[in-house]
Design a protein around this ligand. Sequence first.
Ligand SMILES: [Zn+2]
Length: 514
Amino acid sequence: MSARIGVCGIFIECNHFTVQLADRATFERSEWLCGGELLAKDTGVLGGMMSVLRANDSEPVPLLYASACPSGAVRAEVYDALKNELLEWLDNAGELDGILLCLHGAGAAVNAPDMEGDLARAIRERVGDAMPIVGTLDLHAHITPELLANTDALLAWETYPHVDAFETGERGAQTMVDILAGRLKPVMAMAKVPIVISAIHGQTQPPGPFADIMQEAKKLEGNENIYSISPILVHPYLNLPDMGGGVLVVANESETDAVILAKRLAKRYWEKRHELQPETIEPNEAVRQGLQIEGGPVLMIETADCCGGGATGDSVHTLKALLTEAPNHPAIIPVVDPEAARRAHTAGAGQAIRLLLGHRLDPKWGEPVSVDGIVSRLSDGAFTYHGGIWDGRSGCMGPTAVVRIGPIQIVVSSNATYDWMTEQFDLLGLDIAACKFVVAKNPMNYQQAYAGMMKAAFILDTPGSTPANTNALTYTGMAADWFPKKTGVTIDKPTVFASRQRDLTTRKLEIDGK
Ligand SMILES: [Zn+2]
C-alpha cells in the first residue's frame, strides 16, 4: 500500500517593528486552503511536494495550508484558528505515514512568538515520535531549538531572489520518501552566529558574500553522511532572542558530522559579516546624483518600506525627495494608502484631487504629504504573479489608483503586496522604460525586475520597519551584542543546537509489511 503523507503549513514572514498585525483578511486575500483545495496546487512548494509524492506512489493527504503577504505579527485569534483547524484536519486524516510542513520560518504570532516552533510541537504532540515530520523553510527563517526538536528534517530554499519554491517542495518530499524507504535516518544541527543584517547583499547568485557560503555548502551535500545543507540569512525584522544567521545541516545518522560541518560553515559566514553590511544614501542626495546620470530608469530603493518584509508600504519619504528635487522628471512610486485610494475612486478617473498621502497605516515612520494631482487610472488591483514563490497565484492590491502630479505617477493601493517583478505596475499600464526614476520598495527583487533596464540603483536611508541598515531599529529581545550593532563584536564559537534522532524505523517496517 502506498504511504499516506499529510501536507500542511502556515507560511508568513512577520515583522515586529510595524504596528499592522496580520488578521484573517490578510490570509484570505492570499491563501486559506483546506482539504481537497490543496490538491489542485501545481506550483510553489506544495506543487513540488505533490509531484514527488505522486511520482513515488504516495498519497498526499491534504490538511490545511495558509499563506499571506508579509506583515506584522499574526493576531492571536487568527493563529489559534489556523492551528486548531490544521490539527482538526490532522485528527480526521486517518492513519498517516509522515507529515510534510510548508513553512516560512520567520512567522510570529502575538501569542506564539516562535510560531513555527509552536506549530511543530503541537503537531508532534498529536502524532507521536515515530512519525517523520519534514519541513521546508525560506532561507530567511529564524530557526529555533523548538522547531528543530519537533521535526526530523528541515530544508530551506537555495535561491535569493527566491526562484526555487517548487524545487524545494520536491526536495522536502524526496526527503520524506528517503526516510520512509529507510535510506535516511535524519539528525539535524543548526549553528548560528549573531549577524542580524538586511538582505541587500544576500543574493545567492555570485558574486556576493552569501553566494559564497551557499556555493560552498552545496558542494558538500551528498558527501559521506551529509544529506542536506541550508545556509540561513535570518529575516532581520523580528525582535526575538537569539536572532542570527548560520547553517543548518541534515546528516544521515551522525549528529557529530552534522554539528562539525554546521559549525565550520557558520564560522565562514561570520567571517563574511562586514561584506554583508550595505551602504546607504539620503533620498534627496540620491535624486540629485540620479539626475547626473544619463537616461533612466534610475532605481530609488526604499527598502525601509518593503511590503515583502512586513512593512506597510505607506512611506512617502522618497516621494517627498522627488517632488523637491526632480518635480519635472517622469517617475513611478508605490504608496499603500487605503483611504487615499478610496477617495481617488470616489473622485473618478480624470478628476483633480487633493490628498493627504502616506504614513496612515504605520504613522511611526513619517508624516503624510499633501499633494494636488489628477486621478489618471483606476483599477481593482487584481493581478497574477509570474514566477517566484507565488508563481501563478493572484495578488490583491484592492482598489488602486494612479495619481499624477505632473510627470510623477503615484500608485496608490489599498493593500500591501509582495514585489516579485513589476506585476503591479504592468497591471496599470505604466511605462517604466520612459521613467527617469522608479521607486522600488524591496531590498533584492529589483535586481531581477529591472535587470538590463536600470541605469543605476541607490539604496536609500529612510525611516521604516525594514531598513537596509538594521542599526536604525531598536532590538530589545537580544541578550548579547550582535553585528552590526557593534561592528567590533567577537564570538568564541557559533551557538549550536541539534535535533534528536528518532526511531522512525518502526514506521518503515510497518509500511514494508503492508
Ligand atoms: Zn525570503
